[in-house]
Design a protein around this ligand. Sequence first.
Ligand code: ADP
Ligand code: MG
Length: 400
Amino acid sequence: MTFRTLDDLDLAGKRALVRVDFNVPMADGQVSDDTRLRAALPTVAKLRAAGARVILLAHFDRPKGRWVPEMSLAPVVPALSEVLGCPVAFARDCVGPDVAAAVAAMSSGDVLLLENVRFYPGEEANDPAFARALAENGDLYVNDAFSAAHRAHASTEGLAHLLPACAGEQMRLELTALDKALGRPERPVMGIVGGSKVSSKLDLLRNLVTKLDKLAIGGGMANTFLFAQGHDVGSSYCEKDMADTARDIIRLAGQNNCKLFLPLDIVVAEKMAPGAPARVRGLGSLDDDERILDAGPETVERLCRAMNNSKTLIWNGPLGVFEMPPFDKGTVAAARHAAELAKAGKLVAVAGGGDTVAALHHAGCAEDFTFVSTAGGAFLEWMEGKTLPGVAALTNQNRR
Ligand code: ADP
Ligand code: MG
């Protein structure tokens, strides 16, 4: 995987169009979590230090190609300015003469945020005319939004064909970590896939069994696998119509020498509710009204042992209903074990996925993982082995 970075382009005095992900959570008109703003800092700082003019492109929410005032990026400016430690100007459009005038007024090191690119239908349609209108205000294009790279939109893909393009610092960090975890991992490489549905993670499971040495299946989707192997799952969440698919995946794993780890024991309760009385059971030995809500202690212990004997771990999906203690136990124990190994330099531990990230924070160990991707959909598509158009456009830079 080769892509250009900021180090490969001449930046001084240049108008740098930088695609960032500022789709931040807002509460009462203010940014309530500035993680994504902070992610843009290394790239912006590097560009400013090199004397570039920094023009930020971003989307916010889903205005679907129409002007929706509530979805303006203007309220992001104060928080962004604080994070970047410099003034941030705002343009009430992302293309056209007003933007051109605002850009012309910039000096080296200045930062300008443009209005929501999704106010134009040409953004999501990747309309070449819209991409050209965006490109008019830049000399080069920097993509720092890995989390939007699974979409071929004008500001995430089209622009890369119109201007000299490179990956920003956050994009570079993300791609390097992902390459280390699945592209060219140090072996043995182990995966943990949990969460609720087999049906939403089919492509992911199919891809992983061809690349990993071992794969542990947990969470609600493990119930489907247990059911497929003839075990009683009581009232558990289970996609019974996916049993054939689960058996296919078990077969595919065997063909690819990927050792599958299914649960050895389970934690069950009659109700899926916080604090519900929990019992540890052997496989298949649950009552009709009981449901499986977490991995049992033996299962978790075996996972931890498998991690000890691995060099790389890639994780998506919690092992149980971690939002409702005590059913967070399995996920928390496994996460802390992985974090300890990573901290000691014994394991490259990479994780991603909305609920997975929340679970790692709940376990208090996200910081000790080698890398935690907050990219959601892009992370999952990458785990599925798909080519992300935003990344592909940076790797093979063919101009249109
Ligand atoms: P991510 O967002 O990290 O990709 P998912 O959305 O696939 O993860 O899965 C997370 C959800 O799976 C959580 O809400 C969790 O409660 C649920 N889950 C985990 N184990 C079970 C289970 N045994 N039964 C029902 N739901 C489960
Ligand atoms: Mg989720």
